[in-house]
Design a protein around this ligand. Structure first.
Ligand SMILES: [Zn+2]
Length: 486
């Protein structure tokens, strides 16, 4: 494949593959597009001053945009599990470890006892296909449940292109209702096609410090010494993805009008807002706030929803359109039918050093950061941690204003958070017996090492390779190594 103009090739292929629109039929196809690592405020869809998503921005006027959509976890593994199950992280339990950290000998799996979205759809006659470009989301840890075809592609730009084209081909080849998961990785990886003309160039230079979390990884893995060039490249990847995904959405709407399309992400990305880079480390808005746009049958055109929504709502929303009851334990709700109750969002980080939990409502975000646990072990819930309160649930989280909450109001919100946690843990225990980890076998480690998935320096992993999200990536040193800004 030529390295330039990948999307031009795909646009041609999309046009060529397309045939006459079929008669609309029930039930609809479902196309779920997940762009890995896409924070809402770096898309012009959500008002970013750089026009990173011109294609999707135009298309979004013909669908519904959810202005305050949040993920339930700060990195791929638990976040995707919430999309797949409609369950919060403490309920599905898939939060710790991946094949980059086999040294610990155990990884969480997504337990077979949960019914995933593709499983429910499959039970109702759907063909189910995943075009998966995140190499840490594997059948070996339970993520292919319910997929007739789970295509594990690479994680480079060619793979993104293949995912988009494969998604369209799967719909074109459909002989009945079909569910397709199209996963795209470019913003995660800070890579662009060689020779692509760049339009975003910052002039300011803020050093990336070695003591900032993942600062060393920004230096060593991505070659960034300064913050703004990293943002420039990230924004360019978003613009590149917008071209391909925009073309996919447009063509699917033209040729398969009876398709419910959802466009979203699994988490955002840090650019030094809270002392670090990349993701998996915090529950601040740059990580939790991601896009959600929907088009298709049952979806109002030109609507902007300001209510909070979250990843666990996707499963009940899709099933609502399809006309199928969700599994009884599902914790989300349909975003199309609405509800009387105020939406309550819960997010959790249970990786890296410690457990973090947050509960968000329209009038603020209460966040708890628990003390550090044992390095290399899945963090357990221990003593009460430090509490923070931010008045805007999708604001910049600049300053915690815990004092702004009356004492009884703080107590009420803390109790709400604890109730969500304990209900979820009870659900997890009832469905799994309290255990959903598996040991890794020696031959698997060898096979994975041969494929380059094993990071022998256990401390060196991180989300840069879709890793476990251990924030201890490198020892934070005191020395600023970024040089002077210019
Ligand atoms: Zn991700």
């Amino acid at each position: 494949m030529r390295k330039v103009a990948l999307w031009a090739v795909i646009a041609g292929a999309l046009a060529w593959v397309a045939c006459a629109p079929p008669e609309p039929r029930e039930p609809p196809h479902v196309l779920l597009i997940v762009v890995d690592t896409l924070r809402a405020d770096h898309t012009s869809l959500y008002g970013y001053e750089r026009d990173t998503t011109p294609h999707l921005r135009k298309l979004a006027r013909e669908g519904t945009i959810f202005a305050r959509h949040l993920v339930n976890a700060p990195w791929t593994k638990p976040s995707v599990a919430s999309i797949l199950t409609g369950l919060l992280p403490p309920a599905h339990g898939s939060q710790w470890g991946d094949f980059n950290r086999v040294a610990e000998g155990a990884v969480d799996v997504l337990a077979e006892s949960f019914e995933t979205l593709p499983e429910v759809l499959q039970r109702h006659g759907y063909t189910t296909v995943a075009m998966m470009t995140n190499t840490t989301i594997t059948p070996e840890i339970g993520y292919a449940q319910g997929f007739d075809r789970f295509e594990q592609i690479g994680a480079d730009l060619t793979s993104d292109r293949r995912s988009v084209l494969g998604a369209f081909e799967a719909l074109n080849a459909a002989s009945g209702p079909t569910f397709v998961w199209c996963h795209v990785m470019a913003p995660h990886n800070y890579v662009l096609p060689k020779g692509r003309k760049r339009v975003f160039e910052s002039e300011t230079r803020t050093p990336i410090l070695r003591r900032e979390y993942y600062g060393p990884k920004m230096w060593n893995s991505y070659g960034f010494r300064f913050r703004e060039p990293a943002i420039d490249v990230y924004d360019e990847t978003v613009r590149w993805v917008d071209q391909g995904v925009g073309a996919l959405v447009r063509r699917v709407r033209e040729t398969h009008p009876n398709t419910l399309i959802l466009f979203t992400s699994d988490h955002g990305e840090e650019f030094g807002e809270h002392g670090g880079y990349l993701h998996a480390r915090t529950l601040h808005s740059e990580i939790l706030h991601v896009p959600l746009v929907m088009w298709g049958p049952g979806v109002p055109r030109g609507r902007v929803v300001d209510e909070l929504s979250q990843s666990i709502d996707l499963l009940p929303t899709v099933l609502d359109v399809v006309g199928v009851e969700p599994p009884a334990e599902v914790q989300g709700r349909s975003l199309l039918s609405g509800g009387e109750d105020e939406p309550i969002v819960y997010a959790e980080k249970r990786n890296g050093r410690n457990l973090m939990r947050a509960v968000l409502t329209h009038d603020g975000k209460l966040l708890e950061s628990q003390p550090d646990g044992t390095p290399g072990r899945k963090p357990a819930k221990g003593d009460e941690g430090t509490w923070h309160y931010f008045e805007d649930p999708v604001g910049p989280d600049r300053e915690s204003r815990l004092g702004a909450l009356a004492p009884d109001e703080l107590t009420r919100r803390q109790a709400r958070l604890e109730a969500i946690w304990s209900d979820s843990v009870a659900l997890f225990e009832a469905r799994t017996g309290g255990e959903s980890q598996r040991a890794i076998r020696d031959e698997e480690i060898e096979a994975l090492r041969a494929l380059g998935y094993v990071d022998d320096e256990a401390s060196g992993d991180g989300p840069g390779r879709g890793g476990s999200g251990d924030e201890t990536g490198q020892d934070p040193g005191d020395e600023p190594v970024g040089g002077a800004s210019s």
